[in-house]
Ligand binder design. Structure first.
Ligand SMILES: Nc1ncnc2c1ncn2[C@@H]1O[C@H](COP(=O)(O)OP(=O)(O)O)[C@@H](O)[C@H]1O
Ligand SMILES: [Mg+2]
Length: 632
């Protein structure tokens, strides 16, 4: 693997870690309720803009969201109020025990009990409903996100996929949509809850005793300062841990992909020593990251316990005052004190979660904003489909990226029914020429016409229907052999398929299979050989019956015997069709009407085999060297 790629992995790693739905405890250490806080949050480039856009996106779910928010408000109010009912009951019990209760105390207690039960039942119902709604919202949101993204992919030019890594696009579909969808309602509900809780609980604390409240609040700054200090330290350790993990991943991947090479050069020992150092470093960073995030719990417990002790002590003193605090007051106060700390801690978590939600949404929108393929003008069609096609390339310039010139002023005229062979070293631009014919990429200058029709004047789909392609990388999908062959021509009968297979010399092979044409191919078609796969794709092209045929190194990855078979099949297929054959074994193209020799994006020689040999130029060199290679 190249150096840059390795670095890429190192850099990607932290963000990918961050993409894991936060707030879910566990994984990679430092989990628990403080996990998200301990990890660095992912930041969106344009937080405000993305948030606004996301809100607009949520419009269809508005009603459900409002109901959810409404329920959340009620549920939070209930949660805040419930301990107060308990407090009343406890206070009444204390008064009954010491004998100073009013006569209706017992019936009051029963009323409070009923109120508590009603409260909890209501809460149960509301909670269930709001979960159901939340579920509905996230499922339908996820669905619409995926639909929109999928449609978008269809409209993106191939160039986009060249520039992006497949993994990144995939992760938008899986991770980002997931994170955004799940945490939109989660973080929304939690944020409202935390906020209301904070206010409500503080109010109740004041209501019970302002003096105790002041004491409880004194502890607060201690809390906040300690937590943020530890969190900061821990975040930097986690970043190091992620980098270390990325390094190890890159290393393992390299070992995997170059396993044989490492063995071949006897480098296992060096490589192992390198790994040991990396692993040692990672373990060290992990240890300190874990230690810090593990530390937070005991520290927080310690501080809050001191807070409780202080409250109980002062509460005890106040119990003897003129307007005494009762036991119910003090215990309930402590409950509130606990409830008060949680939302503060939660808020930090939620803010983090919210940030990665926005960052995920930003990546989704980035994909949605990517420049699309120019719309088809769709004015012309190829009228006479039976007629052979001529192709003309005029003054074409093209490069994949503006800073690297490739094809400059290319000219080529192909008469209908001619066979054009293209040869040249790797990287000469042979495949590029094919890409341009198929309009997988847009040319920068010049024109390409097929049957005197500009290829930009025909819908891409119509244009591509004129071509049949057989490439070096065979493309078969998980399905039966018959389905694979009739791909692109689904209405073909079994007779058509068989006839195509006969022409491709693959019929006998298929017959030997237990299930014949219904044999299932695996996803990577690993149950048949490379040559057989190639013959199947040729059968597919024959069945498709295109007017122009493109064979790009179709025989490069098969043995010479199979090649002879394939060659036969291809010769048959090329008959009466305009065809472009790219071959790296020159013996296979001698019969072509025109041979183009390409170098650095240019056609350097052009002519038939005999002429080019006589010319004694590049082609003659290539041919002689290959011939000699084969001979020896
Ligand atoms: N998708 C692409 N993006 C950027 N550069 C490319 C792409 N495909 C090919 N190239 C570059 O264009 C040049 C020609 O490539 P190609 O047409 O595939 O050569 P050939 O098929 O003759 O081996 C090479 O330098 C190659 O690196
Ligand atoms: Mg190529």
């Amino acid at each position: 693997m190249k150096k840059e790629e390795k670095n890429n992995i190192v850099e990607q790693q932290p963000s990918q870690q961050g993409r894991r739905p936060q707030g879910r405890p566990g994984g990679g250490g430092g989990g628990g309720p403080f996990g998200a806080m301990m990890r660095p949050a992912e930041k969106a480039k344009d937080f405000k803009g993305t948030l606004k856009r996301l809100i607009r996106f949520l419009k269809p779910q508005r009603t459900q969201m409002i109901i959810m928010i409404f329920f959340t408000v009620i549920m939070t109010a209930m949660a805040v109020y419930a301990p107060n009912l308990m407090r009343n009951i406890m206070n009444l019990l204390q008064l009954i025990i010491i004998g100073t209760a009013e006569s209706d105390a017992q019936s009051l207690i029963i009323k409070y009990f009923i109120a508590i039960i009603v409260l909890y039942v209501l809460r149960f119902i509301l909670e269930t409903i709001s979960y159901l709604i939340a579920n509905y919202v996230s499922v339908s949101l996820g669905k619409s996100f995926r639909n929109i993204l999928r449609d978008k992919l269809e409209r993106l030019p191939i160039k986009y996929f060249d520039e992006k890594q497949t993994g990144d696009i995939l992760s938008v579909f899986s991770n980002d949509v997931d994170v955004v969808v799940n945490s939109i309602q989660q973080s929304l509900i939690q944020m409202i809850q935390a906020f209301l809780m904070l206010i409500g609980v503080l109010g109740m604390m004041f209501f019970i005793s302002w003096k105790l409240t002041v004491i409880a609040l004194v502890i607060l700054p201690l809390y906040v300062i300690t937590v943020s200090m530890i969190a900061k330290k821990s975040q930097s350790k986690f970043i190091r841990q992620q980098k270390g993990l990325g390094k190890i991943n890159g290393y393992i991947e390299e070992i995997f992909t170059s396993h044989k090479v490492v063995k071949l050069f006897g480098k296992e020992q060096d490589s192992y020593a390198e790994f040991k150092v990396m692993n040692e470093e990672l373990a060290g960073d992990m240890k300190s990251a874990q230690f810090l995030s593990g530390l937070i719990h005991p520290v927080m417990d310690f501080i809050s316990n001191i807070g409780y002790v202080a409250v109980v002590m002062v509460g005890g003193i106040l119990a003897g005052a003129t307007n005494p605090l009762l036991i119910g007051d003090i215990t309930t106060f402590i409950s509130y004190q606990r409830m008060f700390v949680n939302p503060i801690l939660n808020l930090a978590n939620i803010v983090n979660m919210f940030q990665s939600t926005i960052a995920g949404a930003e990546r989704i929108f980035d994909l949605l904003d990517a420049k699309e393929e120019e719309m088809d003008k769709a004015v012309e069609t190829f009228v006479n489909r039976e007629h052979l096609s001529g192709v003309e390339i005029k003054n074409v310039d093209f490069s994949y990226s503006p800073d690297k010139e490739l094809i400059k002023n290319l000219n080529l005229k192909v008469e209908p029914g001619n066979q054009i062979a293209i040869v040249g070293p790797t990287g000469a631009g042979k495949t590029t020429l094919v890409n341009l014919l198929m309009r997988f990429y847009e040319i920068d200058k010049g024109t390409i016409t097929i049957d005197n029709v500009l290829n930009t004047e025909v819908p891409r789909e119509e244009l591509r229907k004129q071509f049949g392609m057989v490439l070096q990388d065979t493309w078969l999908f998980a399905g039966t052999i018959r389905e694979n062959i009739s791909y692109g021509k689904e209405d073909a009968t079994l007779e058509d398929v068989i006839s195509a297979c006969k022409q491709a010399h693959v019929h006998h092979f298929i017959e030997t299979l237990e299930n014949g044409y219904d044999t299932l191919l695996k996803e990577d078609a690993s149950n048949i050989s490379q040559g057989q796969k190639q013959l199947l794709t040729i059968a597919r092209a024959i069945l498709f019956n295109p007017r122009i045929l493109i064979l790009d190194e179709a025989t490069s990855s098969v043995d010479t015997r199979t090649e002879a078979y394939i060659q036969n099949a291809m010769n048959f297929m090329m008959e009466g069709r305009t065809s472009f054959v790219i071959a790296h074994r020159l013996s296979t193209i001698k019969k072509a009407s025109t041979i183009l020799v390409m170098e650095h994006g240019q056609i350097v020689e052009q002519g038939n085999h005999k002429d080019l040999l006589e010319k004694n130029g590049v082609y003659a060199d290539l041919y002689n060297s290959q011939f000699l290679n084969i001979a020896t």
